[in-house]
Design a protein around this ligand. Structure first.
Ligand SMILES: Cc1cc2nc3c(=O)[nH]c(=O)nc-3n(C[C@H](O)[C@H](O)[C@H](O)COP(=O)(O)OP(=O)(O)OC[C@H]3O[C@@H](n4cnc5c(N)ncnc54)[C@H](O)[C@@H]3O)c2cc1C
Length: 347
């Protein structure tokens, strides 16, 4: 994989599938995502050892799929983690040749009020990883341009972000947002506070109205009134809504790049087409890149994504994808939760 354009970094995020259906989807969709040659692929992680194992297996699969030099960045979550569990995870990833991590606090799973762990905030975890592994990993931290839902004040949230960076983050990926000014204002505030790290906008393609509303409500992300009303009006016309959403997000990306954003990180939700459409519009697909369905990598395809073959309840992400884009499965969507349990990380 390679960075798609100049020194800017264009990357994608996937989540570890939990069900047979989800594994099949990732296998199918990832061929097209790989054909975009993202600079790196990040893999989300939920709290707890089983989730961590799923992420690890997905990372292994991606490395087999993309080649030993491919930049694959597992997410590491603080919630529920202990020093020994973290040491074990870090040592496994180092043995695999992983050099890139996305380090976040995470949220307690749906229905669990709190989860004990030794790292109350992402900054504590970042400091621990730095102390344990020195410069072995490039560390991405999460940034919240519209401020984290638990923030007492914007200033306090910024101060915590500054401390998190000081703990050892190399760059940051943002929560999604639909207002470019929120991003520019956040970056300006960081610069005024002396930060110089790249803060890469997280981009969530719009593929469904309900999903967007649920995500954003739980993540504290504002959907501008004009956009909400337009999407609401298209709720019964999925194809028109997707085309409209692609245009809105395309314009948002263009504005961010014109304003100096150091790249874009696409939350693919294990769906290739919405991200691929945006990459085409932004001119990130180079002529040498192969058409969808073919990958640019040579490592041969393992027969199945080994993320998890065990039968399991779908993850929150899978439930959301199914709710909007596939057969609805009543009762499997965590109520009023978004992409990640209570609250989700982004819309
Ligand atoms: C790019 C990205 C990737 C993500 N990936 C995942 C994932 O894989 N899995 C997952 O479960 N979630 C993920 N999330 C969601 C994320 O875990 C949630 O948004 C979570 O609620 C906050 O994570 P954080 O790392 O920003 O936390 P923190 O930086 O710890 O901040 C959380 C809150 O605590 C406050 N805070 C921070 N430090 C202190 C301090 N020292 N003292 C007092 N208050 C403090 C902050 O102001 C903020 O309100 C991701 C989010 C983003 C943006």
């Amino acid at each position: 994989m390679s960075s798609a354009a100049g020194s800017r970094v264009f990357s994608v995020e996937v989540f570890p599938p939990k069900t047979e259906q989800g594994i099949g989807r990732l296998e199918r969709e990832f061929a097209q995502l790989a054909s975009l040659s993202p600079a790196y692929v990040s893999v989300t992680c939920a709290a707890g050892p089983e989730a961590s194992e799923r992420t690890y297996r997905t990372v292994v699969w991606l490395r087999e799929r993309l080649g030993a030099d491919a930049d694959v960045a597992p997410h590491i979550v603080a919630v529920g983690a202990t020093r020994p569990s973290l040491r074990a995870i870090l040592s496994r990833y180092r043995a695999l040749g992983i050099r890139h991590l996305v380090v976040v606090r995470g949220d307690a799973p749906t229905g669990v009020a709190t989860m004990t762990g030794e790292f109350p905030h992402a900054g504590d975890l970042i400091a621990f990883i730095r102390a344990e592994t020195g410069a072995a990993f490039h560390i991405e931290a999460a940034a919240h341009p519209e401020f984290h839902p638990e923030a007492t004040t914007a200033e306090a949230d910024l101060t915590h972000f500054v401390h998190k960076v000081a703990a050892g983050a190399d760059s940051a990926l943002t929560q999604c947002f639909y207002n470019a000014d929120a991003y520019f204002s956040f970056v300006d505030s960081c610069v005024r506070r002396g930060l110089a790290l790249p803060i890469v906008p997280g981009i969530m393609p719009i593929t469904g109205y309900e999903r967007l509303v649920r995500f954003c409500a739980a993540a504290g992300v504002e959907i501008p009134r004009w956009l909400r009303l337009r999407l609401d009006g298209l709720a019964g016309q999925p194809e028109t809504l997707v085309a409209f959403g692609a245009d809105v997000i395309g314009r948002l990306c263009e504005r961010l790049l014109a304003g100096g954003a150091p790249g874009l990180h696409f939350y693919s939700m294990n769906r290739a087409e919405p991200t691929a459409t945006l990459w085409k519009r932004l001119g990130l697909v180079r002529p040498s890149q192969r058409p969808p369905g073919e990958t640019t990598v040579s490592a041969g395809e393992p027969e199945r994504c080994p993320a998890h073959r065990m039968a399991a309840q779908p993850s929150v992400e899978e439930s959301l994808v199914e709710l909007v884009e596939e057969r609805p499965r009543a009762g499997q969507l965590a109520p009023s939760n978004a992409r990640r349990p209570s609250p989700p990380p982004r819309c």
